[in-house]
Design a protein around this ligand. Sequence first.
Ligand SMILES: [Zn+2]
Length: 457
Amino acid sequence: MKNSKVSIQFLGATQTVTGSKHLLKTPELNILVDCGLFQGIKSLRLKNREDLPVNVKEIDVVIITHAHLDHCGYIPVLVKNGFKGQFLMTPPTRDLVEIILRDSAKIQEEDARKATDEGYTKHTPAKPLYTEDDVEKALNQFEIRHDEIWVHLSENISFQFLKNGHILGSAFIEMKCFGKKIVFSGDIGRKNSDLLAPPTIIEDADYLIMESTYGDRLHPENNPIDDLEETILSTIEKGGNLVIPSFAVGRAQEIMYLVNQLKEQKRIPNIPVYLDSPMGADATEIFLNHPNWHKLSSQETYLVSKHITIIRDFHDTFKVLKTKESKIIIAASGMLTGGRVLTYLKEYGPLHDNTILLVGYQGEGTRGRALKEGLKEVKLHGKYVDIFAEIKNIDSMSGHADQKEMLDWIKAFRKNPKKIFLVHGEPQAQDVFRVKIQDEIGSEVIIPELNQEFILD
Ligand SMILES: [Zn+2]
């Protein structure tokens, strides 16, 4: 009988939430699902510089679930290291990945310059992980595939993208591979998003490779718009400013939509709102260009960008800082690991009247996590800064399904998966979720370690 051995090796997002890379090895093709960057604490970031335990030239094709850096940010490195195949992704993902990678290259180049200037590097000059030129080269290998259409990859392998409600363009990958059904969840979205359709219900899977970010938590059932209203009003009452660190892609657009809804319904006064991110501005346009990928009608779509001043040039950040009236500022990055939000944190963080609103997952080792846990000082551009601003957190705005939503999604399968591999979660969340799945669903659950490989028999 012909060889039909299929195995999967986990090259990232093992017991952590970044660096998603899952390599499916088959007799016909070697397929990499997601090509993400490690982020957060230094020991993780250093992994981006290590060689993969596989020969990159032996990877035939890469499929990307969505445009967050921890799922696509390693693409230029793969190309630099000799990957010649295609990167397959949905149309909005393709557009978003392009701006995310260009931005990421700029940050890598700036960091390398800073390291050289300030002398904290072993290499002189310091080498960026990749440059804008590397991104440009990688773009030539991008190919779009629409959702709900089976893509034939080889004689015994085909897959389809199915919307999963996490960010614009994000999708599950449902794969038929040598008679087995393998499903990759990517990051799973929420059932009741204002902007995106709920995650697609999958019929069945033999193997499920599943995220577990909130495996140990339930999001509050509050309506996010009410929580946001309350935060905006209390900040205005104090006469302060509201800073919302946010991924510029997806999440920023959702916040803008909610803020504008509050304004239209006259639930908040008409104070200035700034999106300080050139990338966020481009992401907003992409939102408008893909109407089939979100729930908003054409009349509602205008609420994404109405009443918002977009700051592209970083000189204008300082003009915003000079204005005295209460305002709302949305700026990246979402976990305060870098980007323009740090300028606002430095200026507004030390003052009591301001509010910093955390709306997404705050990974280990990030400033966002430190603030969420109540730390009153953070290190910014080499100096410690006291934080007296009020730190608020709206979990109801999360872009990730919580424990119950994830369990409900699996329970809707007509047949339980034979094996579930948990990825993209911190150890505590994964362990709680593993027990829950075993108790309520009964599937075998595996929590892989970095570079571990499993035969799918
Ligand atoms: Zn994501």
